[in-house]
Design a protein around this ligand. Structure first.
Ligand SMILES: [Zn+2]
Length: 330
């Protein structure tokens, strides 16, 4: 069991204690996945009965909330929810990389359109993504990033993932470094690039993998109201499909349309979900502009995201197909 005291967690020494201690927590919003954290902590502990409890450092996660292209209004809500998931789970801590306010505008076009001051500030904000700095982190989350991010060393960033780092991409993370032929190596890492979206719409999403930590709380299918992305370059046999649709979101023509997936990338793990455009899919209490998703849908999305984060951190098992690494990931 992981207890949170400030930013340090403590594991209990045995599964029995873990099961007892979990009960009072199980009614919380992320109770189901807190349970997953607890199990991971117990299984992984080296402590024995009677041994002194050892402090366990939470994993360190860097959240990138920089938009060099279109800036989603859900970015601050996403930051708040991810911070809350970190606090509640006790499994990881978060630091944020934010763009200077002058950079990236709602409705702005993709590409590095900043003036030189803005571009310099953007480069400075992203300096933590140097491979030397990344050694301090276990995973990076691209929280609705977009456009041509001026990463200090993109090849080094991708190498860091391939060497065992974790990557979580949310919604517009596939609208980042897109539009190149052949596709940018970043896009190859994520698994597809954003192509287009129609008007926001209610869709039925199929849960492909009810055993995966990002999906195990979800029913066989469920409905959301979202801006649904269509992709270029998605290769179903190179990823582990988690969520998808069997018809076009807007025309309803039959076909396969992916929504979320995960994959191995070298020794690293990658999780991507295309949900996360609307604030009310993040926040059960969001009221501005009227809700289209009920609070339970937002709570389910939070668990989906937390499950993905725990999976890339190696705190949760889950099969991983693709890139010749089919089978259970360790
Ligand atoms: Zn969007």
């Amino acid at each position: 069991m992981v207890f949170v005291v400030g930013q340090v967690g403590y594991r209990e020494p045995c599964p029995e204690m873990c099961a007892k201690a979990m009960k009072p927590l199980s009614n919380r919003i992320v109770g189901g996945l807190l349970g997953c954290v607890a199990v991971a902590g117990c299984v992984g502990t080296e402590a024995v009965h009677g041994a002194e409890m050892k402090p366990v450092e939470p994993k360190r996660v860097l959240v990138v909330s920089v938009a060099a292209g279109f800036r989603h209004s859900a970015i601050p809500v996403g930051e708040r929810v991810i911070a809350e998931l970190a606090r509640r789970s006790g499994a990881f801590t978060v630091e944020f990389i934010r763009a200077p306010e002058s950079v990236g505008a709602q409705g702005g076009a993709g590409g590095p359109s900043q003036d030189s001051d803005g571009a310099a500030a953007l480069r400075a904000a992203l300096d933590k993504l140097r491979p030397e700095s990344l050694r301090r982190y276990d995973a990076v989350i691209f929280n609705n990033t977009s456009g041509e991010l001026p990463l200090p060393d993109k090849d080094g960033f991708l190498r860091w993932i391939a060497d065992g780092g974790g990557f979580v991409g949310i919604h517009a993370a596939t609208d980042t470094f897109r539009g190149r032929k052949p596709p940018d190596p970043y896009i190859q890492m994520v698994g597809a690039e954003f192509a287009w979206h129609g008007p926001q719409v209610e869709v039925e999403i199929i849960n492909h993998d009810p055993t995966h930590p990002a999906c195990r709380h979800l029913p066989k299918s469920f409905r959301v109201y979202e801006e649904i992305y269509l992709f270029n370059g998605f290769e179903r046999d190179k990823v582990q499909c988690l969520l998808g649709m069997d018809r076009h979101p807007n025309t309803k023509e039959p076909g396969y349309y992916p929504v979320a997936w995960c994959k191995q990338y070298g020794r690293g793990r990658v999780f991507y979900t295309s949900l996360g455009h609307r604030e009310d899919i993040w926040d059960p209490a969001w009221e501005r502009g009227g809700r289209k998703n009920d609070p339970a849908t937002a709570e389910a999305f939070q668990k989906h995201l937390l499950g993905g984060i725990l999976w890339v951190l190696g705190l949760e098992p889950g099969g991983s197909a693709g890139s010749g690494t089919a089978g259970a990931a360790q």
